[in-house]
Design a protein around this ligand. Structure first.
Ligand SMILES: [Zn+2]
Length: 52
């Protein structure tokens, strides 16, 4: 697991940033749950992640 910053850009335009894959995946899952009322799998979140 790499420990570099990753970002996930949500289709709604929100940029989620975290230190490492795990952190950004958790942020994306929380955002999806709170804002979009949908469950994002870690696989789905990781597929959207890119280096910051
Ligand atoms: Zn969103």
């Amino acid at each position: 697991m790499v420990d570099t910053s990753k970002v996930i850009e949500c289709p709604c335009g929100v940029i989620l940033e975290g230190k490492g894959d795990d952190a950004v995946v958790v942020k994306a899952q929380e955002h999806a749950r709170e804002v979009h009322e949908m469950e994002l799998t870690s696989e789905q979140a990781l597929a959207m992640a890119r280096p910051a």
